[in-house]
Structure formats: structure tokens, C-alpha cells
Design a protein around this ligand. Structure first.
Ligand SMILES: [Zn+2]
Length: 383
């Protein structure tokens, strides 16, 4: 039983991140784990985070949708959690997967504002409507997770809808996210780098930095580390990124970020660090066809380049066309620049393309974080 629970917590770990390109909603972890009415269990339970993430995946009709979790520091020593749960949250904090704060204040709304994300919360934000007018003006931007028939469901605070709706990044958010930032505090998990070790001294430790850095907090208009309250140094333009998505059987199973620093290998079970593992979603035939590492993606001067590194080859569907006559074969070791709308097909029904161009088509029930936990093999890159 204990073993199964840590498997589930590992699965949830793949669904928390502070990467602005991947997070799909913002929530307050201390609040969510105390939704006792979701299951009638103990006062605080980390598994409730998994239940809420599952509900989000159902509503967005995508698998693996990560949330941006704000964590009050008191939670790291909250006696209502098990020691195992506390240890897991501390690990997330150390790895920068969640944002730990002494005084969260209105940071949840600030993040949602900067990134254009929906907020999952039962809290009322009456005093903050002036600063964040979208909380009352945009239906679907703030939703309360409440008990439903098959797990939690969402109810919009305004407008009466029940599906989370993303907005757009605020102008300030765009400006902040165009730069990379450096916290003077040594070993800062959010804006790693430290003070004296040179600009890139600690990049190896915080693997997702700098392309995946969270949005800085603004204090009096000054970019500030939300964790340490320190003024952030401007470390130059943020590296270019492209968000790609994997679609299997018509459904987006996961998204990943491509940077110019790091190619990404996609296949049945790539051995390289940061590789995208598809094995758990494939039937036997597809598993036989698709190599462990099947295609490699690179970002070069803003162009997405795909290289087939498989045994059996793959194909490109120009502009997403599903007509067989349009399909361009990609033989082993061949490369191709992806034009707008192009989709790489590893096997019929197994596709990779730019996230914005690849709709989640089929009617679907996403794999539950709970149910797939035992085979859970995909994890965000960790130091
Ligand atoms: Zn910091």
C-alpha cells in the first residue's frame, strides 16, 4: 500500500511545474489538500492534488496537464500531512517544481495574471478585483473545485461555466518572460544561479533554467524573487523555446518544451535524459514499430528540425494533412525542417507537432493519474 501511494505521488510529481510554457492552471497547494469533502478522508491529503489535476485533464481533454502550485512554507512542516507527503513536497520545493513562499499573499493571482492562466480556488478575491479585473470579468478564469459524481468538478466563480479558460499573458508578463533572471540567493530553485559563481555556474543543477523560469514577482515595479524577496538581476534575453505536443489516438498525451540548448528524443523508451517516453500509450503493434528513440527534435535559430533516428522510419504530414498522397516519408537518419502546421508521424495515429497546431480531437477520458501510476514512466527532467 505504501509502495502504491508513493507511485501515485510520483505520478503527481510529473504534473506540477512552474514552467510558464507548460503550466495550465494555478492553485494554492495548502488550500487544495484540505478539500476534505472531496473524499471525506483525513484533514489534509496530498492525493487531493491528483484528484484536482485529473479533473483539469478531463475538462481540457488532454492527458498530463501540469499545474503551477503555490505552496505556503508552513506546509513543509504541516502535521496533518504524513511524513512521506511532507518529504515529497520538500523535494518538489528543492527542485523548483512548486513555488514555496513565506507569505503567498496574492501571488496566485499575480502568476495567473502574468501567464494568462485560470485559477483553481474556492477563495473569494473580493479585495483584489481592482488589481485583477479578469477575476470577475472573464468567465472561466477562476473556478472552484467541488465534489462531483466521478471526482471533483469545477464551478466558475462568475458566468456559471465549468471549464477552465485560459486568458492571454499580460503585457507585463510578456515583458518579464522575455528576459532571464538571476536570484542573488545561492541555490535558489526558482531563479538559480547564485551571486558569485558567474552567470551560468549553477545552470547544471537547475536543469529547466533559464528557458523554464517562472515569472518574477513584481514589488513596486521591480522584478523580485517571490521566494527570497531579493531583487532579481537581468541575465539577458530568455532563450527561444517551442512547445511541442504528442498526440496519440487523437488525444494530446503530453507537451514538452524544446530549447536551442537541448535536443529532445521521442520514442518508445528513449534512454537519454529528458527523452519523451511514449511506451505506456502504445498498443503492441505500435510498440514493435516504434524504436526506443525514434525521432529527435532540435530548435535551431527558431526552426524546428526533426531527424529520424529509428529503425523503421517515420513520416511528415505537411500542414497536418491526413491524405496518404501528401505524406512525406522520413527515412532513418533523414532530417527535415518543420513548416507551419507540419506534423511528424512515428506510426499511424502517433504524432508530434507544435502544441498550438495540434488539436486534441477524439472524445476521450484521460488516463487518471491514479490509474496509470503503476506504469508511470514520464517525469519532468530533474537535476
Ligand atoms: Zn530566490
Amino acid at each position: 500500500m505504501r509502495f502504491e501511494i508513493s507511485k501515485v505521488l510520483d505520478a503527481i510529481e510529473g504534473r506540477v511545474c512552474t514552467d510558464p510554457s507548460l503550466a495550465r492552471a494555478v492553485l494554492d497547494l495548502a488550500e487544495v489538500i484540505r478539500y476534505q469533502d472531496l473524499d471525506g478522508g483525513r484533514p489534509a491529503n496530498l492525493l487531493r492534488l491528483g484528484m484536482v489535476i485529473d479533473a483539469l485533464a478531463r475538462d481540457l481533454e488532454e492527458d498530463s496537464v501540469p499545474v503551477y502550485a503555490i505552496v505556503h512554507r508552513a506546509l513543509l512542516s504541516d502535521a496533518d500531512l504524513t511524513s512521506n507527503e511532507r518529504m515529497v513536497v520538500r523535494r518538489w520545493a528543492d527542485d523548483g517544481l512548486v513555488e514555496v513562499l513565506d507569505h503567498p499573499g496574492d501571488r496566485m493571482l499575480e502568476v495567473a495574471d502574468l501567464l494568462g492562466l485560470p485559477v483553481l480556488s474556492r477563495a473569494r478575491f473580493d479585495g483584489l478585483r481592482g488589481r485583477f479585473p479578469w477575476t470577475v470579468e472573464q468567465p472561466g478564469r477562476v473556478l472552484a473545485p467541488v465534489p462531483g459524481a466521478g471526482g471533483p468538478v469545477f464551478i466558475a466563480h462568475v458566468g456559471g461555466g465549468n471549464v477552465p479558460v485560459a486568458g492571454t499573458r499580460s503585457a507585463t508578463g510578456e515583458k518579464l518572460l522575455a528576459r532571464q533572471w538571476r536570484c542573488p540567493e545561492p541555490g535558489c530553485a526558482l531563479f538559480g544561479g547564485g551571486g558569485g559563481g558567474g552567470a551560468f555556474a549553477d545552470l547544471a543543477r537547475v536543469e529547466r533554467a533559464p528557458a523554464g523560469q517562472p515569472p518574477p514577482a513584481l514589488r513596486g515595479g521591480v522584478p523580485t524573487c517571490p521566494r527570497h524577496g531579493a531583487r532579481l538581476g537581468d541575465a539577458g534575453p530568455r532563450p527561444r523555446t517551442e512547445v511541442l505536443a504528442v498526440r496519440i489516438g487523437g488525444l494530446i498525451r503530453r507537451r514538452f518544451v524544446l530549447t536551442e540548448e537541448q535536443p529532445v528524443l521521442v520514442g518508445r523508451a528513449p534512454e537519454e535524459r529528458g527523452g519523451i517516453v511514449l511506451g505506456q500509450w502504445l498498443n503492441d503493434e505500435a510498440r514493435r514499430w516504434i524504436s526506443r528513440g525514434h525521432v529527435r527534435f532540435e530548435l535551431r535559430v527558431g526552426e524546428v528540425i526533426v531527424t529520424d533516428v529509428s529503425t523503421n522510419g517515420s513520416g511528415v504530414r505537411p500542414g497536418g494533412s491526413m491524405a496518404e498522397a501528401d505524406r512525406i516519408a522520413l527515412k532513418p537518419q533523414q532530417s527535415r525542417v518543420l513548416s507551419a502546421g507540419d506534423m511528424v508521424e512515428l506510426y499511424p495515429g502517433v504524432q508530434v507537432g507544435r502544441a498550438g497546431e495540434l488539436p486534441s480531437g477524439a472524445p476521450f477520458t484521460p488516463t487518471s493519474v491514479m490509474a496509470e501510476a503503476p506504469t508511470m514512466a514520464m517525469r519532468l527532467p530533474r537535476p
